[in-house]
Design a protein around this ligand. Structure first.
Ligand code: MN
Length: 359
């Protein structure tokens, strides 16, 4: 069926003497004829940042104990580093092979959030410039999220403005906590002001739990993607909700990977227990259902997709892969066959991402 559609499209494109890619420009009415696939949590880095992270963690592993460990012990880490840096070759081939049309790129966690202020600001700008160049080289294939240095919230707000108005990026990336501090702390709120002013979402991506939480996750490789990431980022989200971020910024949009980092599963109990001593105007689930969207990154599993369709609805779930940690091919094969309606599949594969990230 899919091949037939491609053949028909190729035929039409040839007949019109147009190259196929220009025929399939984003947001054209023809997109309904082809299942456009957009993946929204796709990781990249630049050599300068990988290098700076390695140098810093060699002396100060406590700045990110999980990443320090991963850089030493994760099998194939050198291949992962090569794939993070590559934006022209293997990555595009993998997307082509799987039939992924567009990848929304974001900087490898922990990004710049473990550096001191000045280094973080400079490397964030460099990452955003390189990302913009890659998008210019592959305008039909990539979108990108703005890296910021929350260490300096005012500068971070300015970088959001530059990223949207000058670089034309699609949203903001925050790799969760910054030096063990969370975004419910009002000193970070200029970042939210900027995101709301420019009407762009913030993708809150996990990172290793901070030193204050780390001990419980230190064994059995629990500190990373198996468990520590989700516990850290879900704790962060709850702090934002209960700390009144969404009373102050009702228009703020947050995107969470990994099917919502476990929060959807807990909403009922969070509402019940928090009602005993709640300072916010509304129940936590109301903010979650109004202000949050989730993605399928690294969680290609039918039951949790079906559950989230019931809890959040089809308009708040987006397809994501988590390349280069997860394969495009396997993720697409899963989503193509997931037991959901074709209408919902199209929303999850591209329509929601087009709306939320302006892709
Ligand atoms: Mn990721």
């Amino acid at each position: 069926m899919k091949n037939n559609r491609r053949k028909i499209l190729k035929g039409i494109a040839a007949a019109a003497s147009l190259p196929l890619l220009s025929f399939l420009q984003p947001n054209q009415v023809f997109s309904a004829n082809k299942l456009r696939r957009i993946a929204v949590e796709e990781t990249f880095s630049i050599p300068e940042i990988i290098d700076a992270i390695e140098k810093l963690l060699a002396i100060h592993p406590e700045k990110d104990l999980g990443t320090a460990k991963a850089l030493k012990f994760v099998p194939g880490i050198n291949t992962i580093k090569e794939r993070l840096i590559d934006l022209d070759d293997h990555r595009i081939k993998e997307m082509d092979k799987a039939g992924v049309d567009v990848a929304l790129l974001s900087l490898w966690s922990p990004g710049v959030q473990l550096f001191d202020k000045q280094q973080a600001i400079e490397l964030a700008e460099l990452a955003n410039d390189r990302l913009t160049e890659a998008i210019k080289r592959h305008p039909n294939r990539y979108g990108g999220l703005i890296t910021i240095a929350p260490q300096d919230p005012q500068k971070a707000a300015q970088e959001i403005e530059r990223g949207i108005t000058r670089l034309h990026l699609n949203g903001v990336l925050i790799n969760s906590h910054t030096n063990g501090e969370f975004l419910d702390n009002k000193k970070f709120w200029p970042v939210f002001e900027a995101a709301v002013a420019h009407k762009v979402p913030i993708y809150l991506h996990p990172r290793t739990p901070p030193e204050s939480m780390y001990k419980a996750f230190a064994d059995y490789t629990m500190d990373g993607a198996m468990w520590g990431f989700a516990l850290e980022s879900s704790t962060h989200v709850l702090r934002m909700i209960l700390g009144g971020v969404f009373d102050e910024f009702p228009e703020l949009k947050i995107v969470l990977g990994h099917m919502g980092e476990g929060i959807p599963y807990w909403l009922s109990r969070i509402d019940t227990i928090s009602s005993r001593d709640r300072k916010t105007k509304r129940a936590p689930s109301e903010y979650f259902l109004d202000n949050f969207s989730i993605t399928t990154s690294g969680m290609s599993w039918d039951p949790v997709l079906e559950f989230n369709l019931k809890v959040l609805g089809p308009e708040r779930i987006m397809f994501a892969v988590d390349y280069p940690y997860v394969s495009y091919d396997a993720s697409v094969r899963w989503m193509d066959k997931a037991p959901i309606s074709q209408v919902h599949r199209e929303m999850i594969y591209h329509k929601n991402a087009e709306r939320i990230f302006n892709l």
